[in-house]
Design a binder for this molecule. Structure first.
Ligand code: SF4
Length: 342
């Protein structure tokens, strides 16, 4: 795919929350892109900056509560999101990007029926501009049926509390896909759901994104979910993209110590006791480590890791790893002869 097909491009994006203790730099120099029709995963543990990054793309975080240092860019279809005025942002949310949140209950308004909420979304889309109520109702019912919910008339007149968690999440998927927007951001859409329906929802999401040729960013803490759904993966740790590559390359050749730790956390059907896990916690974002943010938890940490931030090193075409272990030979000679320690 060439750069012209790029839907979303984040470059050198840092985001800090203003707190009483100082600026909490939860996202640090992120570079990420999504091509047209591509499914991308953003994977990392809770609190690593995934949701903040995505909410900033939609500019739904109060701009007075965050700071974005100069040089950071968010471009959607070539336009700078950070420079958009209110009218352009409304247009972006109505016709450009949709988002499925972690909690369907908080995403749906409890005092409006499902039908009213769906029709509202459709009404403000460029594609259905000027449609009358009958046409809006038809489109809303089709959207309900498309997420495999029967009896659309009953659902249209129901309120969110009258539906089960799985039904509400399907409605959220329907509302995100009912109008032709180019990019869908799914923020851990199955976190609040029973495991028995998680798989169904993931499959449905994948099918609908493929069918409508949309682009998808799937935010998840599960490598297994990402493996099933996406073409490329970004692994995020402590607000930094530590590894990015095609999904199959990640599983064939996980190269960052954090990615290797995440893989080791996955329970195996073959048994063998508890998974290894990753010792420690995500860093304090107000006073993060000076060098590599993963250094306090990394069993391979070298003195240079405490002093300097690593760069992205390309270990194979299109596979980038933010770790000194993959620096070029000359640089490794410079940093010393430390052996990995247990
Ligand atoms: Fe570990 Fe150093 Fe690599 Fe960071 S840069 S992941 S501390 S080896």
């Amino acid at each position: 795919m060439n750069v012209d097909e790029r839907i979303l491009n984040l470059s050198n994006l840092s985001i800090g929350y203003k707190t009483y203790r100082g600026v909490s730099r939860v996202v640090d120099n992120v570079n990420l892109y999504v091509n047209k029709g591509e499914k991308v995963g953003l994977v990392g543990e809770s609190g690593c900056g995934k949701t903040t990054t995505m909410k900033t793309i939609l500019r739904v975080i109060d701009k007075n509560s965050i700071e974005i240092p100069d040089g950071g860019k968010i471009e959607f279809k070539g336009k700078s999101v950070l420079d958009m005025n209110n009218a352009a942002l409304l247009e972006l949310r109505r016709n450009g990007i949709s988002m499925i949140s972690q909690s369907p209950m908080s995403a749906l308004n409890p005092v409006f029926s499902i039908g009213e909420q769906l029709k509202d979304i459709i009404k403000y889309s460029e594609h259905y501009k000027g449609s009358n109520d009958k046409q809006l109702t038809e489109v809303a019912k089709e959207a309900i049926v498309s997420v495999m919910l029967s009896d659309p008339d009953r659902i249209m007149s129901s309120y969110p509390h009258q539906l089960s968690g799985g039904m509400r999440q399907r409605i959220c998927i329907a509302s995100a896909l009912v109008t032709p927007r180019d990019l869908l951001i799914a923020d851990e859409p199955c976190t609040a759901l029973d495991v028995t329906i998680q798989d169904q929802i993931h499959r449905l999401l994948k099918e609908m994104v493929d069918e409508k040729n949309r682009s998808l960013i799937m935010i998840t803490h599960s490598l297994g979910v990402a493996r099933e759904l996406v073409d490329r993966i970004y692994i995020m740790y402590g607000g930094v993209i530590v590894e990015s590559c095609r999904t199959e390359d990640l599983f064939l050749n996980p190269s960052h110590p954090y990615t290797q730790g995440l893989m080791a956390c996955v329970p195996r059907l073959s048994g063998g006791g508890l998974s290894a896990g990753i010792y420690g916690y995500v860093p304090d974002y107000v006073n993060p480590p000076k060098g590599c943010r993963f250094a306090p938890r990394c069993k391979y940490a070298m003195p240079i890791c405490q002093e300097k931030k690593p760069e992205d090193y390309e270990v194979e075409p299109g596979h980038f790893v933010n770790c000194f272990l993959h620096a070029d030979t000359t640089y490794k000679l410079d940093v010393g002869k430390e052996e990995p320690h247990e």
